[in-house]
Design a protein. Structure first.
Length: 213
């Protein structure tokens, strides 16, 4: 029971760490500039998160389903080792060039934000996920597939999305104060990246030792 609580807490914190990553956090003001159009910032942010959730929960469901076919004791250990390697990369101890490449999705919006536009923006956000967050996402997906249950995989990714969505909603509600502090927080992004690396390694160890339940 304690291990399961540790897992859920780690995955939730991984979602927050993704929000605070050097890939995402610096462009948050751009996203909120779009979502605040039309005077429905909180509603648009909720729909943005809904679009984001649809993609990631579907990924978790798919990995959970495949886990039922692919996962064994051997593949679990291999997956855990790969996750730890991703964590070491996140810490900056080793450098994997492929994970340093970025692919940005161009954001095109109409003159005023609509509910549909906010939802689609959430989908494009997930599709434009940049590789420097990839290690965290890959780690959570590995955990999602370990139990061999599609519903378990979806649940793990839902916890991750809750972690990612929490600061989004806080910024939406208290944007006037929080957005003004983004520049000062930018100085600490490297520290947040290190925290993310530690969380990834913890997830890898949980996989290897089979302490997920």
């Amino acid at each position: 029971m304690l291990d399961q609580q540790l897992l859920i807490g780690t995955v939730f914190l991984a979602g927050i760490a993704s929000f605070l990553s050097p890939c995402i956090f610096p462009i948050i003001p751009i996203y909120f500039g779009i979502l605040s159009k039309g005077g429905k910032k909180v509603l648009n942010t909720f729909l943005f998160i809904l679009g984001l959730s649809l993609t990631f929960v579907s990924l978790g469901f798919s990995f959970g389903f495949l886990g039922n076919i692919l996962f064994s004791d051997t593949t679990r250990v291999i997956a855990g080792l790969l996750v730890i390697i991703l964590g070491v990369h996140q810490l900056g101890i080793i450098n994997i060039g492929l994970l340093e490449r970025t692919k940005l999705v161009e954001i095109k919006t109409s003159g005023k934000s609509t509910a549909l536009e906010a939802f689609v923006l959430g989908l494009t956000f997930s599709l434009g996920w940049t590789p420097c967050i990839g290690p965290i996402l890959a780690s959570v997906l590995a955990l999602s597939g370990e139990e061999g249950s599609a519903l378990y995989g979806a649940a793990m990714m839902l916890v991750y999305v809750f972690g990612l969505a929490t600061p989004f909603m806080l910024f939406s509600i208290f944007s006037e104060r929080l957005l003004n502090r983004t520049k000062s927080l930018n100085r600490h992004l490297d520290k947040f990246k290190l925290i993310g690396g530690i969380l990834i390694i913890v997830m890898g160890l949980l996989l290897i030792t089979n302490n997920l339940m």
